[in-house]
Design a protein around this ligand. Structure first.
Ligand code: HSE
Length: 418
C-alpha cells in the first residue's frame, strides 16, 4: 500500500468503540480514509449512522477487494479471531481492539502476520489512548528495560477511585463504569483481573519478547478488596490500585504478575485516577518515565484505532523486535513477594508457607498480616483467593535476596510465632 493510497475500511462492530471511531473518522478528513461497510450482529438495534452502511454478512467486507483495511472492535474473542485471520489471509491489513483475542491467540497471529506479510496493529487494546506498544517496540532496547509497572484497566481503577475517594459502594461504582462505557460487556473480565492480565500478556511480548498464554500468569482482580483493606491502606498512607508489573531479575529472567498493590502517595501511579491508565517504565540511564492517559471509553480508544489506521498508510508493522531481533526473555519464578493478607479466620491462612511475617494484627473484625511469600506458592495454590481472604502487594514487592530471609525465619521460629 503506498503512502498516498486511499484507505478503504471495513469495520466490524458498532458498539462503544465502533461508533466512536465512526465519529472520529468523520472529524478527520485529512486521513483520506473511507468507511465503506460496517458489519454488525444485531440489525434491529437503532444506530446513529445511515442504514445502508450496515450489513450482518461478514463476507461482504472480507471478500470486497476494494476494502484494504479491516478494523475489528467486537467483544467476542472467538469470532474476532476468525475475522482477523480471514482478513489477513485475504491480503488486508488489520486493526484490532480485542484484548482477549490477541492475548489468547498471539502465537497464531504472529504466524499469520509472517505468512501473509500483512500488518496487524492493536495499540488501542493495551492502554487505549496511551501509545505504549509502539513505545515499547521502537524505543526501549531490551537490555535497558529494567521494569514496567502499569495500571492497564480503566474500569477497576475507576471503581477503586469511586469507592475510596467518593465513598460509593462497589455495585454503584461498577454500574457507573458500565454506563460510561468503560467496562467490558461481561464486567467480571474487568473486576477479576482477566482484562488487565490479557493486556499484560501481549505487553510482555512487546517489552521483553515473552510469549505466554494468559492463564500462565499470576493475576487477580479487585474482587476481594474490602472497606477494611482500604482502612489499613489509609493508616499506612497508601492507595490501592490494580497493578500489572514486570521486573528483570538478577538471573536474567522476568518476574511478571497482575495483582492489587499498595501505592505510596508520591508514586506516579497514585496520580492515576478514575478511568485513566498509567505506565511507569524504568530503564537504564533514563531512570523513570511515566506515560499517562485515558485507558477506556469511546473516543480515547477510537483515537488509538485511528492512529493505527493512519500508520497503515506508511506500511507500519510491529516487528516484534524483542522476540525476533533480540534474545527473548523468559518468565522467572524464583522470587518472593512482600504481601499484605487479610482474612476472617487464621485457619484459612497457611502461616508456615510464609518465609517470614513482619506484622500481625488480630483485631476484632478483619485480621491481617504482612509477610514475605514465594511467587510459586501464590501461583500454585488458591487459599489466598478463597474464604473472603484478600491479598495486596506492598510497594516494591519483589524480593530476591534469600539470605536475610533465612535469618528472619529463624528468629520468628525462635520467638514461637511460626
Ligand atoms: N474494560 C476495559 C477497561 C476497556 O476498563 O480498561 C478498555 O480496554
Amino acid at each position: 500500500m503506498d503512502a498516498h493510497k486511499q484507505l478503504t475500511i471495513g469495520l466490524f462492530g458498532f458498539g462503544v468503540v465502533g461508533e466512536g471511531l465512526y465519529k472520529v473518522l468523520q472529524q478527520t478528513p485529512s486521513l483520506k480514509a473511507t468507511l465503506k461497510k460496517v458489519c454488525i450482529k444485531n440489525p434491529e438495534k437503532k444506530r446513529n449512522a445511515p442504514a445502508d452502511l450496515f450489513t450482518t454478512d461478514k463476507n461482504i467486507l472480507l471478500n470486497d477487494p476494494e476494502i484494504n483495511v479491516i478494523v475489528e472492535v467486537i467483544d467476542d474473542a472467538d469470532a474476532a479471531f476468525k475475522i482477523v485471520s480471514k482478513a489477513l489471509k485475504n491480503k488486508k491489513d488489520v486493526v484490532s481492539a480485542s484484548k482477549k483475542m490477541i492475548a489468547e491467540h498471539l502465537p497464531a497471529l504472529l504466524k499469520l502476520q509472517e505468512e501473509t506479510g500483512h500488518s496487524l496493529l492493536y495499540e488501542s487494546a493495551a492502554c487505549a489512548s496511551i501509545p505504549v506498544i509502539r513505545n515499547l517496540e521502537e524505543y526501549y532496547d531490551n537490555d535497558l528495560l529494567h521494569s514496567i509497572k502499569a495500571i492497564v484497566n480503566g474500569s477497576t481503577n475507576f471503581i477503586l477511585t469511586k469507592m475510596f475517594e467518593d465513598k460509593l459502594d462497589f455495585r454503584d461504582a461498577l454500574l457507573l463504569a458500565q454506563q460510561l462505557g468503560f467496562a467490558e460487556s461481561n464486567p467480571k473480565l474487568d473486576v477479576e483481573g482477566y482484562d488487565a492480565n490479557n493486556k499484560w500478556t501481549f505487553l510482555l511480548t512487546h517489552a521483553y519478547g515473552i510469549i505466554e498464554s494468559p492463564e500462565n500468569l499470576l493475576f487477580s482482580g479487585i474482587q476481594n478488596i474490602s472497606a477494611d483493606d482500604a482502612r489499613v491502606a489509609k493508616e499506612k498512607n497508601f492507595d490501592i490500585k490494580l497493578v500489572a508489573q514486570a521486573k528483570k531479575l538478577n538471573n536474567g529472567k522476568v518476574a511478571a504478575f497482575v495483582l492489587p498493590q499498595f501505592i505510596k502517595h508520591d508514586d506516579h501511579l497514585a496520580f492515576v485516577k478514575n478511568e485513566y491508565n498509567g505506565v511507569v517504565i524504568e530503564s537504564g540511564f533514563a531512570d523513570k518515565q511515566f506515560f499517562y492517559g485515558k485507558g477506556a471509553g469511546s473516543f480515547p480508544t477510537a483515537s488509538a484505532v485511528l492512529s493505527d489506521i493512519s500508520a497503515l498508510r506508511y506500511q507500519y508493522k510491529y516487528e516484534y523486535k524483542k522476540l525476533y531481533h533480540h534474545k527473548p526473555h523468559e518468565l522467572g519464578d524464583d522470587f518472593y513477594l512482600r504481601v499484605y493478607v487479610s482474612f476472617d479466620d487464621l485457619k484459612f491462612v497457611p502461616r508456615e508457607k510464609f518465609e517470614w511475617i513482619e506484622e500481625w494484627h488480630a483485631g476484632e473484625q478483619k485480621k491481617y498480616l504482612v509477610g514475605v511469600i514465594s511467587y510459586k506458592e501464590l501461583k500454585d495454590n488458591n487459599w489466598w483467593r478463597k474464604h473472603n481472604t484478600s491479598l495486596i502487594l506492598f510497594p516494591d514487592p519483589v524480593i530476591e535476596n534469600v539470605e536475610i530471609r533465612g535469618l528472619k525465619k529463624k528468629s520468628l521460629e525462635l520467638a514461637g510465632l511460626i
